[in-house]
Structure formats: C-alpha cells, structure tokens
Design a protein around this ligand. Structure first.
Ligand SMILES: *[C@@H]1O[C@H](CO)[C@@H](O)[C@H](O)[C@H]1NC(C)=O
Ligand SMILES: *[C@@H]1O[C@H](CO)[C@@H](O)[C@H](O)[C@H]1NC(C)=O
Length: 243
C-alpha cells in the first residue's frame, strides 16, 4: 500500500490572479470538506493560509501525483502526450499535474521538486519514507517525524517558509490503523509547529473524503464529472490518475 503525501509550500504573498472556471473539463468537487480543528483529529482545515491568489510562488514536493517531469524546480516540458508514451512530458498523467493547475488559476510561479515513485527520491530525505509497503508499516511513525522535521527545516533560513498546504492522499479508499495513525501524527505535528513558530500557517486536505466519494457509491465518480474511476492515461505502465 502506498502512503503518499503531497506537500506544498507557499512562499511570498503578494500576487494577482484570475480564475478560469472552464479549465477543468467540467470536473468539480461533489463532496464537501469535513471541517475540524488543527488541534484535534485529522480534518480539512485552513489554519491561517491566505487566499491562494495572494501567493506568488508555490514550491511543491511530493510523488508522482505532483511530479511535473523535471523534479528540480525548473522549467517543465509541455504537458502533451506523444504516443506510445502515455506520460505527458514525463508526468504520470495525460496533462498538467494538480499543482500546475493551481499555478494557472492563481498566476503563481510553480517550482516543482516532486519525484515520481518517492522511494527513488533524490531531493528530500523524507520522501524516502512516504511510499511504504504494507509490510513496512513500522516505518510510518518515523516517516511522520521526518515530514515534520523537514517542514521545520523549511521554516528556517534561507527558505523562511511560513505557509504550508499539506494534502494527504494515502489510502485511495482503503484505510488502515497504522495509516490513520501516521496521518494523525503529522497533523498533530503541524499543530505543534503552529504553536511554536511565529507566523506559521498550515492548511490540510484529507483526501479520504474525495477518495470515498469518487471510488465509492456516495456520490460516485459521475457526480464529479468523471467518465470512469480508472486511469486517464492509456498505458498500463502508468497508474491511476484522475485528479
Ligand atoms: C507505455 O509507455 C512506455 C513509456 O512509458 C512505452 O515505452 C511503451 O511502449 C508503452 N506501451 C504501450 C503498450 O503503448
Ligand atoms: C505535540 O506536542 C505535544 C506537547 O508538547 C507532544 O506531547 C507531542 O508529542 C507532539 N506531537 C507531535 C506529533 O509532534
């Protein structure tokens, strides 16, 4: 089972923006957030992030869901599929990855360091722990600690990041006690940082709600505008992707 986190750091907070509601092929959220408090159990929360259009630079870390093809924060190849390779410009999807869509919506510069198959990671040590086979669940507490350590590091010079958006998409409709404990551990870790680091802002998106909504019957993938719950890429060498 994969444990995946997509961690995005927003730095700089002045910017301008246009939203284009037509860009997403009619795909839309058909579930609502499950609100809560950063001090409590895992939930969808915004503990201080400004409206996204206020951020001029988005720095993204993660795995294949976020990997824009270059992995070094630099310019990406066009997000175009050239058969037989189903990966648009090296991405594990048939178009731009989600963080690029946010950049397009907000006008922010996206610096993408995500690495497909996080166990191959070269960029950040914590990614090594973020794709953990089910028989290695013993690694998860360490993985959660490592995430918090890396977030802490990013709040220090020279980065001085203060705004963190964390997306947890572990599970894909399947949960485990160990996975939930992992998620809760770094969620609480974010809360702790918000209490100890001046200006620290965090938001958390728990994909459990979306996975269950898309992959389960209530309300089901069609309600989101999808034609199926399978991969949108054509090649079995790629994995599921529909975000
Ligand atoms: C699938 O994609 C890979 C590149 O990722 C390519 O080498 C291979 O030929 C493709 N397979 C098919 C059946 O199209
Ligand atoms: C959060 O802080 C509390 C109180 O200092 C501490 O007991 C707990 O271990 C911390 N948890 C995490 C996940 O950092």
């Amino acid at each position: 089972m994969q444990r995946i986190i997509i961690l995005t750091i927003f730095i700089n907070i002045i910017g301008a923006l246009r939203f284009d509601n037509q860009h997403n092929d009619g795909i839309h959220l058909a579930v609502g957030p499950q609100c809560g408090r950063l001090s409590g159990t895992v939930a969808d929360v915004n503990a201080g992030l400004l409206p996204l259009q206020r951020y001029r630079t988005i720095v993204a870390f993660g795995d294949s869901y976020t990997d824009g093809g270059t992995r070094d924060g630099g310019l990406r190849a066009p997000a175009i599929v050239i058969p037989p390779n189903p990966k648009a410009g090296g991405r594990t999807t048939n178009g731009p990855v989600w963080v690029k869509d946010i950049g397009s919506d907000t006008g922010a510069l996206v610096k993408d360091y995500a690495v497909e198959y996080s166990s191959e990671s070269r960029t950040f040590r914590y990614e090594t722990y973020l794709s953990v086979p089910a028989d290695e669940v013993g690694n998860l507490p360490k993985a959660a600690n490592t995430i918090i350590e890396q977030v802490t590091l990013l709040t220090r010079p020279p980065t001085n990041a203060r705004s963190f958006l964390v997306l947890d998409d572990y599970g894909r409709g399947t949960e485990s006690v160990a996975g939930d404990a992992f998620k809760q551990q770094y969620y609480t870790g974010l809360y702790n940082l918000s209490r100890t680091i001046p200006g620290f802002k965090a938001a958390f998106v728990d994909f459990k709600t979306i996975w269950n909504g898309v992959l389960g019957p209530d309300p089901g993938y069609k309600a989101f505008g999808y034609a199926s719950d399978g991969a949108c890429t054509l090649n079995s060498s790629t994995h599921y992707w529909f975000l």
